[in-house]
Design a protein around this ligand. Structure first.
Ligand code: ATP
Length: 342
């Protein structure tokens, strides 16, 4: 309950649909493992035109249920959903990398539950998620779902939180959730949650290549620590972003940006999924300006000159049997979408 907050019943609707973007990390520098078990990072987030969609439906119960691409949970306890999740021996849903939980561990459900704690006008809600961002792909799809659920439930319940207030709630859900709310281009410090928006008006055009087997983000970080230990590499305790990256993005200069793309997690992702090396090589051979593993991978982002170049590269990569998709960024953050038809 927020002191002094009144509930505007007129704002209530029976369903609210929100779209929130996936992201790529144009630059990602990772500091050493901290005593609290996290790594400090410095990153440049870019929201891209690949959107998750979350529709929040008011229900007569008082809990939160969820469906993902048509797979529905039972009483919020979670069921298996054709490749989206698996049920372990105890009957609890234990998500494997690449799966989406249909129980209370789903980030969108956690977002709704967290917002309900401070929303006097809360009701039961069903969240219907349409996933387009590759799962466990290093593109923050779960974070986008959480951001979308926060905004959708805020509108459904007439809670009236400002973007800043929602961002403060978002931090508790995950380091990438605040960025999915704001979108655009931003520098992320801390664990990626301390955001400074950056100017980049000219769109940059990319081709994303997704892989079937997701990578677990904690495992990629552990592998990076092991590589550093093995090779005697000392990580910078104060990771920082090269200002030239922001300069090239501000200018929309794709050829200038290409040699500056950098991801400290890339080596670790390549060690865990060696096939990604071939994908990077295939993209380069097909004429990409540069390629980079997005976040903790395995999605690869190829930078191109223009929308035409991106479309052409997408076709070439598809002809090689890869799952490719042209996108552009910056894209908007979580935003209300028109009501679904019907
Ligand atoms: P991270 O944000 O941890 O770097 P990612 O961007 O690589 O992850 P996500 O698609 O966000 O990948 O999912 C990471 C894990 O989070 C999945 O393996 C899944 O078990 C869990 N998860 C929880 N809720 C969701 C959700 N709504 N969508 C996708 N995954 C979810």
């Amino acid at each position: 309950m927020v002191p002094g907050r009144t509930v505007d019943l007129r704002l209530r609707a029976r369903s609210v649909r929100v779209r929130a973007p996936g992201k790529i990390n144009v630059a990602l520098r990772v500091g050493p493992l901290r005593e609290d078990g996290y790594h400090g990072i410095a990153t440049v987030f870019l929201a891209v035109s690949l959107f998750e969609e979350v529709t929040a439906f008011q229900t007569s119960g008082d809990g939160v249920s969820v469906s993902v691409n048509g797979n529905v949970s039972v009483d919020g306890s979670g069921v298996n959903g054709s490749g989206l999740g698996r049920v372990d021996g105890s009957g609890a849903l234990e998500p494997a990398p690449g799966s989406v939980p249909l129980d209370r561990t789903n980030l969108a459900v956690r977002a709704a539950e967290l917002l309900a704690e401070v929303s006097p006008g809360r009701t039961g809600v069903h969240l219907d998620i349409t996933k387009r961002v590759p799962v466990a792909g290093g593109m923050g799809g779960g974070s986008a779902d959480a951001a979308a659920a926060l905004l959708a439930c805020d509108a459904l319940w007439g809670s009236g939180f400002s973007r800043d207030e929602l961002a403060r709630i978002a931090v508790d859900l995950g380091a990438d959730v605040p960025f999915a709310l704001v979108g655009g281009t931003a520098v992320g410090l801390g664990v990626g949650d301390r955001l400074t928006p950056a100017i980049s008006k000219t769109p940059l055009h990319w081709v994303l290549v997704s892989s079937d087997d997701g990578l677990s983000t904690p495992e990629v970080y552990r592998t990076l620590d092991a590589i550093r230990l093995r090779d005697g590499i000392e990580a910078d305790p104060r990771p920082a972003i090269d200002p030239a990256v922001l300069g090239m993005m501000r200018a929309g200069d794709a050829p200038g940006l290409a040699p500056l793309l950098h991801n400290d997690l890339q080596e670790a992702a390549l060690e865990l999924a060696p096939r990604l090396r071939d994908i990077l090589e295939t993209g380069q051979d097909a004429g990409a300006l540069a390629g980079i593993v997005s976040g903790s991978g395995p999605t690869i982002a190829f930078l191109t000159h223009s929308s035409g170049h991106a479309a052409e590269l997408q076709s070439l990569l598809e002809a090689e049997g890869l799952r490719a998709r042209a996108v552009h960024g910056p894209a908007h953050g979580a935003r209300l979408a028109p009501e679904p038809a019907g």
